[in-house]
Write a protein that binds this ligand. Structure first.
Ligand code: SF4
Length: 511
């Protein structure tokens, strides 16, 4: 729907943001030029909170004719008041748009956060959704999701299932248990949709050495923090970028350094993202085995050559198969493979064909991502600079992506894969989710911890973030290393200090 003038009776940034989220879900857009035709000349939203009731009015005008719509809900006294008012504004507007304007409901309703499973974990920690015998009442949890967030039946069930599966793993961590993230910001080429701050691997070895030196200083400082607080490392995750893009001698040195600094009996999972299959060699597989790696990602994204070429990945589907076999033969690694739904030009038969090809390899874990048009990606830049239009990219419709996800889910369940972690992003294709499916017992522990945000994560390397749950104040505190590589290299001491300061700020008050 196109509108000419949009107003809202609030200057509050949060209200503008949440109203924008609902409008975007239904593709309600303000026209950018006077020549463009619009469905309405005016689109005005009024929110009011009175007598513990939140009322939203939408007034639209076309050719001087006005129409008014209204929805209202009561505030629940047991909820945090500001969060409750925001939720009800979204709910009211969503109801007007679906009931009065007949927009097709979207799968996650008014749920727009990145980590929806955290909502269910909070409810459960407050005692909601448990029977008097301490058993999870799945119907009650799913029912509340539908009522509070207007999620559809299938997504309410899926969210409940995933959240409950994660609880034993979340509970396996105490205040001294941490995960380590090491970011290697290099790739061999840049994917069309990539919004990560990945850099093309330099030809000049001196430049790689320069990064390595700073990384090792960062590792040493994190090791000192671990010793100071007596932390137990549960998971080590080396991601990026593509860590295996590093030439062998650098990869070897880096693995040795990480292992020496962080590995002990407490480590349950040690993951290396190998991303691009064309960076995986038998030597690197053997280095990973030497240093006790337990989990490896080999990420095809698609098994369709035409799409691989279009998105800028310089490898073939055959290289994916051979890289997978190399890793399988090289050690007892759990292997994860990623696919992306919604890639340019891909129809549902392409995705299902890719899924069947990777299932034939029998990976332990498959993550289905949905393409997100993110700022900083070549794709989004070409769109916003009007170098290309959406039509040029031939992106599948939301409807197609949802249908593909449904078929994929049925295939995965039939093959005994279970959904175990889930997160969402803005502008995500089909308005669905990124979701990990694994064989029973092959859950990626780090994936659950990073989304669960209940464990300390120490971030090392460019673009890494450190997260420390402040249990006393019931909030998560974070510091971020620079995304830009040269800024990280220049100011590494400052980022290292920020990480130590954050730990001191949150943890020293419990000592
Ligand atoms: S492999 Fe990953 S990090 Fe590297 S360019 Fe592609 S999407 Fe970005």
């Amino acid at each position: 729907m196109k509108i000419k003038n949009f107003t809202i009776n609030s200057v509050d940034q949060v209200i503008a943001k949440i109203v924008g989220e609902v409008l975007r879900a239904f593709h309600v857009e303000v026209v950018t030029s006077a020549e463009e035709t619009a469905d309405f000349d005016k689109f005005e939203i009024f929110n009011e909170t009175k007598y513990e009731r939140v009322t939203t009015r939408l007034i639209v005008e076309k050719d001087g004719v006005k129409k008014s719509f209204k929805s209202a809900e009561n505030i629940r006294p047991e909820e945090r008041r500001d969060a409750e008012i925001h939720r009800l504004i979204k709910k009211n507007l969503y109801k007007i748009l679906t009931e009065d304007f007949k927009f097709q409901p979207v799968p996650y309703g008014i749920m727009h956060g990145v980590r929806p499973t955290k909502i269910i974990h909070r409810w459960i920690s407050q005692g909601f959704g448990l029977t008097s015998h301490g058993i999870f009442d799945r119907d009650k949890i799913a029912g509340r999701l539908r009522e509070d967030y207007l999620t559809n039946y299938e997504k309410s069930k899926l969210l409940t299932e995933v959240s409950i599966r994660q609880i034993p793993i979340l509970n396996s961590s105490d205040e001294k248990t941490v995960s380590i993230y090491v970011g290697i910001p290099f790739c061999t080429t840049r994917c069309l949709y990539c919004s990560f701050p990945s850099n093309i691997l330099p030809d000049d070895e001196e430049k790689i050495s320069e990064f390595m030196e700073v990384l090792y200083k960062d590792i040493d400082a994190a090791k000192a923090d671990i010793e100071k607080y007596n932390f137990k490392v549960q998971n080590i995750y080396i991601g990026g970028g593509t860590p295996t893009a590093l030439p062998e001698k650098f990869f070897y040195e880096m693995m040795k350094k990480v292992f020496t600094a962080f590995y002990s009996d407490s480590v349950k999972e040690f993951t290396v993202e190998c991303g691009r299959p064309d960076t995986i060699t038998s030597e690197k597989v053997s280095i990973m085995k030497t240093y006790s790696v337990t989990r490896v990602s080999v990420n095809p994204q698609t098994m369709q050559q035409k799409t691989l070429d279009f998105i800028g990945r310089q490898h073939t589907p055959e290289q994916i198969i051979s890289a997978f076999k190399k890793v399988r033969a090289g050690g007892k690694f759990k292997i994860n493979m990623d696919l992306i739904l919604g890639l340019p030009g891909e129809k549902n038969i392409d995705v299902i064909d890719s899924l069947k090809q990777i299932l034939a390899l029998d990976p332990d874990d498959i993550t289905l991502h949905a393409l997100a048009l993110k700022r900083g990606s070549k794709l989004q830049t070409q769109l916003s600079d009007k170098i290309k239009s959406l039509e040029d990219f031939n992106l599948p419709s939301d409807e197609d992506v949802r249908k593909t996800a449904d078929i994929a889910e049925k295939i995965l369940r039939k093959k005994n894969y279970l959904p175990y972690y889930l997160y969402r992003q803005g502008y995500i294709s089909g308005q669905i989710e990124n979701i990990g499916w694994c064989k029973n017992g092959a859950e990626g522990i780090y994936n659950i911890q990073i989304i669960g945000e209940q464990q300390i994560i120490l971030g090392i390397g460019a673009a890494a973030s450190t997260k420390v749950p402040d249990k006393k104040n019931n909030r998560l505190q974070s510091v971020f290393h620079a995304k830009d590589l040269s800024t990280y290299l220049r100011d590494a001491d400052k980022y290292i200090e920020n990480r130590s300061k954050l730990l001191a700020e949150v943890l020293d008050k419990y000592e």
